[in-house]
Design a protein around this ligand. Structure first.
Ligand SMILES: Nc1nc2c(ncn2[C@@H]2O[C@H](COP(=O)(O)OP(=O)(O)OP(=O)(O)O)[C@@H](O)[C@H]2O)c(=O)[nH]1
Ligand SMILES: [Mg+2]
Length: 460
């Protein structure tokens, strides 16, 4: 009973402090939709935004010397001064900017990879990843627009923000948050009732709990979305019956004859991976052994591998031969956001079984439909259907929050080790909780602003 009121009061106070704390710092985000367009816009806003630009931009003059509202050509470099992209950038000095603060706009080349790298450079140079709607929220707070105008922007964007809320990542973050809340509640109880003290063995238990939280955070940071996608690409697995044209499709998307194609059923025995670049989105394409009941041990091993790679797929391409009869299991096919069904061999006549069958029709032989397929793959990657932690722009923000949370936990751990009073590490733990809460974006909807601006796209 006592515990539950304790917990909710912690969450509420966190939210109020959160708002104050957040208003002062410099934020950055990719403002254009992920994976679309030839040009992406990265925005930085806040008192240090021009200083951040100075650190990452090489041009004839430094950005702090730029006249306001004038476009300049420049190069964005990483921490080792390696070129990330050639860009056009402009600075907009307060108060005549969208947010009313010093604002930097960097127009880099489109595609997730480049814009994500530019954003990463901004974050490394001291900016914090913006929350959804935070740019517009600042504009509102600085008197640049009224609330109805802000809401009109919402209608305009119809944001699909924080997808992570629904995904496995969201679940994990929520669990982390709950563990932190219960840990803090415990510690604060011991502060409120000092006469009860924390017994030494309890001390150990506390540090063990904190260690487990830190451990979970590090694992999340190491594996969650962004890092994985940038390193490994989005996993797109091609599967289907033997001879459907899986290997032909891999070759078609790659643009060269990487894999052996033949009319023999069961040609491909192993999974084959190749990276392709779809408008800046790194995609790891997997060709697999065709599915059929086989007596060959080797082929069965190949099929087992196919099934395994399907489990870890971000997106599946189920390819079937449109010239052949429809397999019986196809009647019960249900729409699945993580799967695209492809009817191959449109250059041949379509078997009557497929009449009215909804699928993307392609021909690996003539290349027909492959451009549409690429578009569809990109759409699935950027839409909500794909595993949420794969969405790059959102995950940079998550990672930034998680990193801050982990740093705060590390500080708390050190304070604990040094034998200082609970008041000291409680401060750090609350900061960790705030940062974790930012990921989910539900750090208590005590203010209307939260719910209004929470609907925005990041970078707006
Ligand atoms: N006419 C026509 N033939 C195609 C098309 N795509 C693939 N084929 C042919 O279909 C046969 C099988 O193609 P593959 O790409 O090897 O098929 P697969 O699904 O990889 O087959 P397995 O590796 O055996 O599972 C080959 O003879 C291809 O030339 C197409 O669009 N049109
Ligand atoms: Mg094959």
């Amino acid at each position: 009973m006592h515990r539950s009121t304790e917990e909710s009061s912690i969450v509420r106070s966190t939210s109020a402090e959160d708002r104050q704390l957040i208003a002062g710092d410099t934020i950055a985000a990719i403002s254009t939709p992920a994976g679309e367009g030839a040009i992406a816009l990265v925005r930085i806003s806040g008192a240090d935004s021009i200083a951040v630009a100075d650190k990452i931009c090489r041009a004839k003059a430094t950005p702090s010397e730029f006249a306001s509202h004038v476009q300049h050509f420049g190069e964005i470099v990483d921490e080792t001064e390696r070129l990330i992209d050639q860009v056009m950038m402009s600075i907009h000095r307060a108060p005549t900017s969208y947010t009313g603060e010093d604002l930097v706009e960097i127009s880099c080349h489109g595609g997730m990879l480049v814009s994500a790298r530019v954003l990463e450079a901004c974050l490394r140079a001291g900016a914090r990843a913006a929350r959804p709607g935070e740019f517009t929220e600042r504009a509102f707070l600085n008197g640049k627009m009224d609330l109805t105008q802000a809401e009109a922007v919402i209608d305009l964007i119809r944001a699909k923000t924080d997808l992570a809320l629904e995904g496995r990542l969201g679940e994990k973050i929520r669990k982390l948050r709950d563990e932190l809340i219960s840990l803090i509640a415990h510690i604060e109880a011991s502060i409120d009732f000092p006469e009860e003290g924390i017994a030494p063995d309890e001390d150990e238990r506390l540090s063990a709990r904190l260690d487990s939280i830190r451990n979970e955070m590090s694992i999340l940071l190491a594996t969650a979305g962004q890092g994985r996608i940038l390193r490994e690409g989005v996993r797109v697995v091609i599967y289907g019956a033997t001879n459907a044209g899986k290997s032909s499709l891999l070759n078609g998307l790659l643009g060269y004859e990487r894999v052996i194609v033949s009319e023999t059923h069961g040609t491909t025995r192993d999974t084959i991976e190749e990276m392709i670049n779809l408008r800046g989105v790194p995609v790891r394409l997997l060709d697999t052994a065709g599915l059929r009941t086989s007596t060959s041990k080797l082929e069965r091993e190949g099929i087992a591998r196919t099934e395994k790679s399907l489990e870890t797929a971000d997106l599946r391409l189920h390819i079937v031969d449109g010239n052949a009869p429809k397999p019986s299991h196809f009647g019960k096919q249900t729409a699945n956001g993580n799967e695209i069904v492809l009817l191959n061999k449109t250059d041949l006549s379509e078997h009557s079984d497929w009449k009215h069958f909804a699928a993307l029709r392609i021909s690996c032989r003539t290349g027909e439909g492959l451009a549409d397929l690429e578009k569809e793959i990109l759409a699935r990657i950027t839409m909500e259907n794909l595993r949420p932690e794969s969405v790059v722009t959102i995950n940079l923000r998550h990672r930034d929050c998680l990193r801050r949370a982990l740093e705060a936990c590390d500080r708390a751990r050190k304070t604990m080790n040094d034998g200082l009073a609970p008041e000291y590490f409680s401060v750090d733990l609350n900061e960790a909780l705030r940062a974790v809460g930012e990921v989910i974006g539900t750090v208590e909807v005590e203010q209307i602003l939260d719910s209004v601006f929470g609907q925005f796209c990041i970078g707006k």
